[in-house]
Design a protein around this ligand. Structure first.
Ligand code: NAP
Length: 292
């Protein structure tokens, strides 16, 4: 099968290319120079020219705070170019998977969000991703939408690498404890995408690792598991703080746990708990850094 993956220089796209290539698919992974989603009007030709069986759109404007200052660019990338991809895929009869986010929800709910819950984003990034989902499904009703959350992997910048760096040099870390979600490893998300395209699925699905955490819980696990696999950790204390003590440009949902009931039955194996996957990722990252 020919699979086109956008965003292959990012965390998820990079891992997905590795996983799908290992399964013997022909992978096309245009980077930003070959397919710039800031120019939605040019996206169609580039997608049609490749005629991939599946187009998996992992590329996105993901700078949540910066999006508040440049909403036009966020909408061009996350909504208009997603629409351009969907139109092109629809024209030649291909399939499309659009990656989306827990940030389409307001976070005002106190039980996990299902695929049927009403999106109500609280920031520009979340709104641009939600509108991206909507236009993709309008243009291509058979599209597959995969919403995930709190993504980390061994490629690219993410919370795990930030905490590891801070913990190597600072005695005390302060991390917000009133935003609740689920950390999700790119390797697990990629295996899930693999299973969904194998099963030729359509519609909206939620996927994260199992379990629930605050950023504070996540940081504590990174420092303790990180130290156990060999990363240098001088931090002696990780302190919980409220979001009010860590102001950011964009408001973030307080609670964005995703309900995974719908996807669980489709997957070939149980979804790992976030701590188990974090441990596996840290071991992989440590070995990688040791051997380079
Ligand atoms: N990160 C999270 O916590 C999180 C949570 C939930 C959902 N998601 C979703 O998961 C998907 C993957 O996220 P990620 O964490 O892997 O993102 P990431 O590491 O920030 O990577 C983003 C990718 O998009 C590409 N990109 C950005 N602007 C582009 C443009 N104008 N033209 C072409 N490519 C462009 C980047 O290319 P360059 O390398 O050239 O910049 C990079 O390859 C996204 O749909 C995101 O919305 C992420």
């Amino acid at each position: 099968m020919k699979v086109l993956v956008t965003g292959s220089t990012g965390q998820l796209g990079g891992e997905l290319v590795r996983v799908l290539a290992g399964e013997g698919h022909e992978i096309i992974a245009p980077d930003r120079r070959e397919l710039d989603l800031a120019f939605p009007e040019k996206v169609g030709d580039a997608i049609r020219a490749r005629e991939a069986d599946w187009v998996i759109n992992c590329a996105a404007y993901t700078q949540v705070d910066q999006a508040e200052a440049e909403p036009e660019l966020a909408y061009r990338v996350n909504r208009d170019s997603a629409a351009g991809i969907a139109r092109a895929v629809s024209a030649y009869g291909g399939r499309m998977l659009q990656v989306s986010t827990d940030f389409i929800f307001s976070g005002k709910q106190s039980c996990p969000y299902t695929e049927e819950d009403r999106p109500d984003p609280v920031n520009v990034y979340g709104q641009s991703k939600w509108e991206g989902e909507r236009v993709v499904r309008e243009i291509l009703p058979g599209a597959l939408i995969l919403r995930t959350a709190w993504v980390y992997g061994s490629r690219g910048a993410n919370f795990v690498r930030t905490i590891l760096m801070a913990a190597a040099s600072r005695e005390e870390l302060r991390v917000v404890d009133d935003q609740i979600g689920t950390p999700s490893w790119t390797a697990d998300i990629s295996r899930t995408i693999q299973a969904l395209i194998r099963g030729d699925r359509q519609g909206v699905y939620h996927f994260t690792n199992e379990g629930v955490a605050s950023w504070y819980d996540f940081a504590c696990a990174i420092t303790s598991l990180g130290a156990s696999v060999g990363f240098p950790v001088v931090a002696r204390r990780v302190l919980p703080i409220p979001s009010a003590d860590y102001p950011t440009q964009a408001i973030r949902p307080r609670f964005s746990v995703l309900d995974k009931q719908k996807i669980r039955t489709l997957l070939p194996a149980p979804i790992p708990h976030w701590r188990e996957s974090l441990h596996a990722m840290l071991k992989e990252l440590y070995q990688c850094e040791e051997s380079s």
